[in-house]
Design a protein around this ligand. Structure first.
Ligand SMILES: [Cu+2]
Length: 167
């Protein structure tokens, strides 16, 4: 009796393992793992500022269009999809309802363009910190990624002994 149950458990486990192994983009109808969220980063936030901005890359590895429709993170009360736009010579940002990602496309959220806006940060974002971000897609469902908080120095490395001016 005990042996039979053990065998059943083992065969169930094998079925599951096979299903998961199929996840990687062979278009057999599993809608899992098609969107890859990569290189997510944010800038540190000053102590008095309750907002933050996240940038990342979204890669659609399937042959179907997909759409990012919402974002959430435990570090902020809410998160919105935003876009920077030039209005005359002023850069303004406004919420967008979703971000479309065509089959095979790589969509980049970057400074001056699309971004994820965090409102009501529970604590300031500090350089070197990591936090989870949950992305919701119409086809792929939930995709989890981790955001890297990068100090300014990590981007624009200044030569040693530079001045102390504010830029
Ligand atoms: Cu914004």
């Amino acid at each position: 009796m005990g042996l039979r149950i053990g065998l059943m458990t083992l065969s169930l486990w094998l079925v599951c393992a096979t299903a998961f192994a199929h996840g990687d983009g062979d278009g057999d109808g599993h809608d899992m793992g098609f969107i890859r969220a990569q290189q997510a980063w944010a800038r540190p936030s000053p102590p008095t500022v309750k907002n933050g901005v996240v940038y990342l890359q979204l890669k659609n590895r399937s042959n179907k269009p997909d759409r990012l429709v919402s974002v959430s993170t435990p570090v902020a009360e809410r998160a919105e999809l935003h876009k920077h736009q030039m209005m005359g010579n002023m850069a303004k940002m406004r919420p967008v309802e979703g971000i479309d990602i065509s089959p095979g496309a790589l969509v980049s959220l970057h400074p001056g363009g699309l971004h994820i806006m965090l409102f009501g940060l529970h604590a300031p974002l500090k350089a070197g910190q990591h936090f989870p971000l949950s992305l919701e897609f119409t086809h792929s469902g939930k995709v989890e990624t981790e955001v890297d908080v990068r100090g300014m120095k990590a981007h624009t490395e200044k030569p040693a002994g530079g001045h102390h001016g504010k830029h």
